[in-house]
Design a protein around this ligand. Structure first.
Ligand code: NCD
Ligand code: ZN
Length: 350
């Protein structure tokens, strides 16, 4: 069994940093290991223009620990009224790398999201023309559809027709969580890919509901059955270039998770690469971790490989019960429990 693993600095294809004091409290967790991250735009109010993205990017850079080379890659939040010209400006900016489609009502801060694909047809045409990827929260918000079926139904009703109508558009099915999602991406053109979170590799619905409700395991897409988890794991650990790392680390204050109607989102940035290493080791695929975490995402986005490396050792450590998060705390994935892999700090002899 490998005890030590050195890989290039990974890239996070899907990260929620929030804003203000909360952002300042969590960004260092990602910058510790990751060279860069695709930063989600679902702030309140959302990041709907290049100017807002530029200002948000500056706030993130200002909050980084000194000497950090972490690069925030920005995204635009699509609404029914996003214009094609904003997409062109995004492309020209150089720091906006994608646009995010939240179906209205599907998840946290998605109320200003898109109500129908036809409404953003000119925007999708412009994205395809510019070569900017469309990042998709792939769940229908239809209350008639069970929460466990929302990704599968989205693939059938929305994603398949979208990909057929815009065959030149790069599309990422974010945080893929089902066998059907995996199958769709696998069968599509090389322009269609998916990100995979640590929780959808390591946990299934029993970890959310069996023996008591665990609100810190509640995220969207909701954790599925073991069979779906196995399909997602098989895809991530395969040699397909289509499945790459995107943590979906999504911090919420503890008070918003432990309450009568808890918010969706799992915070994993404190131990993300370590948790992926566990999942890949369990699947007997540690040798594929480097491709998944460092190469496939940048290649899909057309970004250069990142400089620098990180070394993981198989040495269990205990995750704190919480981390500071603005004027509250955030409860991390594995709080109070152990993670099998540890990242050696730069310069640490080991
Ligand atoms: C995310 C959040 O909290 O912003 N929550 C989540 O459960 N994943 C939004 C999202 O990515 O759906
Ligand atoms: Zn997300």
């Amino acid at each position: 069994m490998a005890q030590r693993l050195t890989i290039d600095r990974p890239s996070d294809g899907h990260l929620h940093l929030r804003d203000g004091a909360g952002m300042a409290a969590v960004v260092a967790h990602s910058a510790r290991v990751f060279s860069r991250a695709v930063v989600m735009p679902n702030l309140s109010p959302p990041v709907v223009t290049v100017d807002l993205a530029a200002a948000y990017r500056e706030r993130i850079l200002a909050a980084l620990p000194s000497g950090s080379a972490f690069e925030p890659l920005m995204t635009l939040y699509l609404t029914d009224s996003t214009r094609g010209s904003e997409i062109r400006a995004a492309k020209d900016s150089g720091f906006v790398v994608a646009a995010k489609l939240y179906p209205a009502g599907a998840t946290t801060h998605s109320d200003r999201g898109v109500t129908g694909i036809d409404r953003i047809a000119p925007v999708l045409a412009e994205l395809a023309a510019c070569g900017l990827p469309l990042l998709v929260h792939g769940e229908v918000a239809d209350p008639a559809v069970d929460i466990f079926d929302r990704e599968r139904v989205f693939v059938d009703r929305v994603l398949a027709p979208l990909v057929e109508r815009w065959p030149d558009l790069k599309v990422v099915l974010e945080h893929v969580s089902t066998r059907e999602g995996v199958q769709f991406v696998s069968a599509s053109s090389p322009l269609v890919a998916a990100t995979v979170t640590p929780q959808h590799l390591l946990l299934d619905v029993n970890d959310l509901l069996a023996g008591g409700v665990r609100p810190h395991h509640y995220c969207l897409p909701v954790l599925k059955s073991r069979e779906h988890r196995q399909a997602v794991t098989a895809a991530a650990t395969s040699d397909s270039p289509k499945f790459f790392l995107g943590t979906d680390s999504a911090p919420h204050p503890r008070s918003r998770k432990e309450c009568g109607c808890g918010a969706a989102g799992v915070f994993s940035a404190h131990a993300a690469i370590e948790l992926y290493a566990e999942a890949f080791e369990a699947a007997g695929a540690l040798d594929r971790l480097a491709a998944f975490a460092t190469r496939r995402g940048p290649d899909f986005y057309g970004l250069p490989r990142a400089a620098g490396s990180v070394t993981l050792v198989r040495q269990p450590w205990r995750v704190p019960a919480s981390y500071p998060f603005g004027d509250d705390v955030v409860v991390p994935l594995r709080a109070g429990e152990t993670v099998a892999w540890r990242v050696i700090a730069e310069g640490e002899a080991q």
